[in-house]
Design a protein around this ligand. Structure first.
Ligand code: HEM
Length: 400
């Protein structure tokens, strides 16, 4: 058995955040697990191979602990999030998780989200009208990000006038923002959703939040704090991720013009291509916080009990043992089985919605513009400062 405790840990530094693919390429062949050290959090164990990542995502001995996860952040951020916001479905184990998921999952089936198609198409067309009129835009700011925010807000029943605020509040949670920014956003978003829930209780609309306020499954319903935490989770999980899928997908195509041309000529290949975008540059880099409750073996390494575990979805999806020639973008390959939406009980509940949004968005973008080009040098692109998400801060493009 390999004992990694004496090895020098990998530093989670600027390079790891900006070019994780390069770091993982260097690590290939050195084993599926390594110790990592970070400036602002305790040391952790990083899992990078496909088989190990998939196994741990479904292993009940690798559990959630929302209070301990809060301890990874400075105290004032912990206070701001408090157990209210962080005690959500994604941060819960069974039986809490099973119960919360049951209450919300019906709204996200492929059939349920298909009803949103005309609305998504309209939002996409409006955003692209604006892109066309301007000619040179940041595609993240003007297309990839506003689309999912609009869609999740619509689904939840967030009034139009408040959508900009909701977007501003959720940004600090994915970026390594200052503790004050996160604390302030946490307080505001909590107060906002608490008030909105009161409104939906008194005057329900045709939206998910109204449904959740009134839903009853097997005599069970969501408490007030659970409703706030669920609304926060859906907003937070539903937009940055989808925006990254769209923008990372466009960037991949800009770097592979032959594959862009092929998809433009035959858009029926888009669903397959979207799975490859999810694999090739996964929108979530490292899965959310987990801890071992018992010693757990990954390959030749035993991770002791009570350890902070980081499961790299990005690295797992680039494992050559599972996906041959992993560094090559091949929009025709069957990339199904990737871990970009996670695996096990926390498998992304919004996956059908994310796929639908990406298909409509990328399909319309390719159909609309004959010329789509990067507006600037590829090495000037800046990635978001986060180990949770893998996404561009901006994607400057010219369209024709
Ligand atoms: C491309 C877009 C998306 C990606 C890559 C993505 C990825 C993920 C991943 C990896 C997880 C599991 C995290 C873990 O186990 O640590 C997850 C869970 C989740 N996602 Fe997504 N997601 C996307 C879009 C969405 C959308 C659109 C929504 C909702 C509107 C959503 C809602 C959720 C929720 C609620 C969970 C928690 C599920 C649970 O704990 O049972 N996601 N997502």
């Amino acid at each position: 058995m390999t004992d990694l405790r004496s090895e020098a840990p990998l530093r989670v530094n600027r390079r790891f955040v900006h070019d994780p693919h390069e770091v993982y390429r260097e690590l290939r062949g050195t084993g599926p697990v390594r110790r990592v050290s970070m400036t602002a959090a305790p040391d952790a164990w990083l899992v990078t191979d496909y088989a190990g990542a998939r196994a741990l995502l479904a292993d009940p001995r690798v559990a959630k602990d929302h209070l301990r996860a809060l301890e990874l952040y400075p105290a004032d951020v912990g206070l701001a999030l408090s157990s209210d916001l962080s005690h959500n479905m994604l941060q819960s184990d069974p039986p809490d998780h099973t119960r919360l998921r049951k209450l919300v999952s019906k709204a996200f089936t492929a059939k349920a989200v298909a009803r949103l198609t005309p609305r998504i198409e309209r939002v996409v067309d409006d955003l692209l009208d604006d892109v066309a009129a301007r000619g040179r835009v940041d595609l993240v700011e003007s297309f990839a990000l506003p689309l999912p925010i609009e869609v999740i807000s619509e689904l939840l029943g967030v009034p139009h006038a408040d959508r900009k605020k909701v977007r501003e509040w959720s940004t600090p949670f994915v970026l390594a923002s200052s503790t004050e920014e996160v604390a302030k956003a946490g307080r505001e978003i909590k107060a906002y959703f608490a008030a909105l829930i009161v409104e939906k209780r008194e005057d329900p609309g045709d939206d998910l939040l109204s449904d959740l306020v009134h839903v009853m499954v097997d005599g069970d319903r969501l408490s007030e704090p659970e409703l706030v935490a669920m609304a926060f989770l859906l907003v937070f999980a539903g937009h940055e991720t989808t925006a990254n899928l769209i923008a990372n997908g466009v960037l991949a195509l800009l770097r592979h013009p032959d594959q862009m041309a092929a998809l433009k000529a035959d858009p029926t290949g888009l669903p397959t291509a979207i799975e490859e975008f999810l694999r090739y540059d996964s929108p979530i880099h490292i899965a959310t916080t987990r801890f071992t409750t018992e010693p757990v073996r990954v390959g030749d390494v035993e991770i002791p009990a009570d350890q902070f575990v980081m499961i790299s979805l990005l690295a797992a999806n680039q494992d050559g043992a599972r996906f041959p020639d992993p560094d090559t973008l091949d929009t025709t390959r069957p990339a199904t089985g990737h871990l970009a939406f996670g695996h096990g009980i926390h498998y992304c509940v919004g996956a059908p919605l994310a796929r639908l949004e990406a298909r409509i968005a990328l399909g319309a973008l390719l159909a609309r513009f004959d010329g789509l080009a990067l507006d600037g040098a590829p090495d000037e692109l800046v990635w978001r400062r986060s180990t949770l998400v893998r996404g561009l801060s901006a994607l400057p493009v010219r369209v024709r």
